[in-house]
Design a protein. Sequence first.
Length: 625
Amino acid sequence: MNSPTPKAPHVNPGAGHPAGAAESPVDETAKVSNFLRQIIEKDLAQGTHANRRWAGTPGDAVHHAAGKPDPAKIRTRFPPEPNGYLHVGHAKSICLNFGLARDYGGVCHLRFDDTNPEKESQEFVDSITDAVRWLGFTWNGSTSQAEQVPAYFASDYFDFMYRAAEHLIERDLAYVDEQTPEEMRANRGDFATPGKNSPFRSRTPAENLARFREMAKGKHADGAMVLRAKIDMASPNINLRDPAIYRIRRATHHNTGDKWCIYPMYTFAHPIEDALENITHSICTLEFEDQRPFYDWLMDRLAEGGLINTPQPRQYEFARLNLTYVITSKRKLAQLVAEGKVSGWDDPRMPTIVGLRRRGYTPESIQLFAERIGVTKADSWIDYSTLEGCLREDLEHKAHRGMAVLDPVKLVLTNWAEVFGSDGYLETCTQPALPHSSIADGQTPPPDRQFQMGNEVWIEREDFEEVPPKGYKRLFPGNVVRLKGGYVIECTGCAKDANGQVTEVHAKVIADTKSGTPGADSVKAKAAITWVGVADGREAEVRLYDRLFADPQPDAGGKDFLAALNPHSLKVVTAYVEPSLAAALPDQKFQFERHGYFVADRNDHGVGGKVVFNRVTGLKDSWGK
Ligand code: ATP
Ligand code: MG
């Protein structure tokens, strides 16, 4: 499917999120209305679908979930083609379709549109199923994930589609065309020129039926002929100029094997899938707007013929998600994987759902994002920071805090033994896992974290300056700072190597100044710096991910998107983390104080005892600054 060319780069911070929301109290949980909600509410109020007429065809048998569906319910569907991994754009469509069904007491079907056997596979079916489940949705009306019945497959309806095609032929509404592809293209005309009828268009239904059956029996070569709907070669809508509806393709299908050598075209198959599943609102992206007249033509003809239930499904279009710094073309994402520009489909820089998940995104943050950007009929660009903002909002109350030193240098407290009796003495420090301000109403505060301060700790290299720049408040000789959650210290100097590189920072601990004790305020510290004890800190591999592209619209206007790759999208550092972080489970998210949000890598953390974290996002939107 070709994506429409992006229009002018109007960046929308998030439709549906009213400007000035910060000033006025806003019910953040309220669903913002949109044109689709209005259509559905009207249909429910008018009982549009309540008096369903059953055609009594084999089509009804496809409701393998629960017999005849409850006509009072709305039904939507999410219809991916299993030819790739889902991305953030699909997530918008998933949240929209499943969300509408949930909000209006309806049902959303997960349906695989598997009509292109060469490109499809079980691997993609599985990954798509996982992605929808992970985002938090169930399908086919089941209420619990455990009871979930299998998803729907377009290929389950191939028999019906074949019958529908013969039905059209019998009514002289379809014909077999043996023009070459070049002739067909030339005779289609263009926007300015009407098309020309094919010399095969006037064949009788009996001749067409015989020919079509030969096609199905494998009597003709791939591409030798196609079945076309007989509509109007002069139509101003090129999609109505006798579109192809069946083609010959000898390919093994992941579901039907070698049963068929002819396959329906997407434009023919899709409306039929919707009709057989009693979909009420078939919601798709804007590029299908010009296909709607054919969708309706086909539904009208099959309804007249008594092949499908009525009222028939209706198609509605919304604007696809365009996200700055992100590519949402499956083909281009596949190219990034194939050419090794990323480590795989689940590389944490990929906008795929598996990539976002590994990066540390939560289902809730993606649902919030989908809600916030809203649905409209106008193409626009959403700024990447909107997505990151939704994640920060979600993690603020969930992600436990912890200290990590990403660019470590050793700090030695030279008077430790004098104050505490021995250099081996360790002082236990305690800090909340969530600060008071991040504990939501009704949330039970998690247990405090504990870590040890000793005579040696790791600090950030940038927290020491031998000669401080103006306004610098951290460590420099003579300055007094607090080690966060521990003691106040006074810097005395440093040791350096032959190149002048600082190898150790020196300071003296000031007795009786530990955080949380009565003496804590007895000495005024200019700053509090983060640190990790040498005694109990753990070495960690920290992957500092950044945006994959440096250009906000990497593939707009036919640009070479590979040239826009951000050379700094991944930097790996060896860091030290406090014990509570080292004990993380894979996928667990944290806020590393001052550094941002991090997640224990779902693939690599814990393997061989290694501690591996991915940076999810910074604490604030500071990109490009
Ligand atoms: P293809 O080019 O392979 O058809 P596709 O991205 O359209 O790619 P589908 O598997 O057909 O992939 O997509 C499933 C559904 O997701 C479709 O209904 C499609 O309209 C929707 N979708 C795809 N991309 C976006 C996007 N960027 N924003 C919103 N919805 C999208
Ligand atoms: Mg598509």
